[in-house]
Design a protein around this ligand. Structure first.
Ligand code: ZN
Length: 110
């Protein structure tokens, strides 16, 4: 059976950050942690990890990677409204369910 647990956003969505130090920035969701309601957004909330010296990197090093954002702090970006919007679900004629912008009805699912 397909996994039913869903957040209001999913992998591949373009979202806007609503809170925190990256507020107002947008990016594409790279991955989602459903259990923790966290999302990882491309180039947002970059964190530096210091890695210990190892055989491959004797000096150790700094790795930059995306840090998690709570899913409630992001919302879908409507390309037409050019801002964060609420999404509504709409059934297409072929029975497919898509998310549309609550304001302008633009289809937000790719
Ligand atoms: Zn819109």
């Amino acid at each position: 059976m397909a996994q039913r647990a869903m957040l209001h956003v999913k992998k591949g969505d373009t979202v806007v950050v609503l809170a925190g130090k990256e507020k107002g920035r947008s990016g594409k969701i790279m991955s989602v942690n459903l259990k923790k309601s966290r999302v990882f957004v491309e180039k947002i909330n970059m964190i530096k990890r210091h890695s210990r010296p190892s055989k491959t990197a004797p000096q150790g090093g700094i790795i930059e990677k995306e840090g998690p954002l709570h899913a409630s702090n992001v919302n879908l970006l409507c390309p037409k409204c050019n801002k964060a919007v609420r999404a509504r679900s709409r059934m297409l004629e072929d029975g497919k369910k898509v998310r549309v912008c609550a304001k302008c009805s633009e289809i937000l699912d790719q």
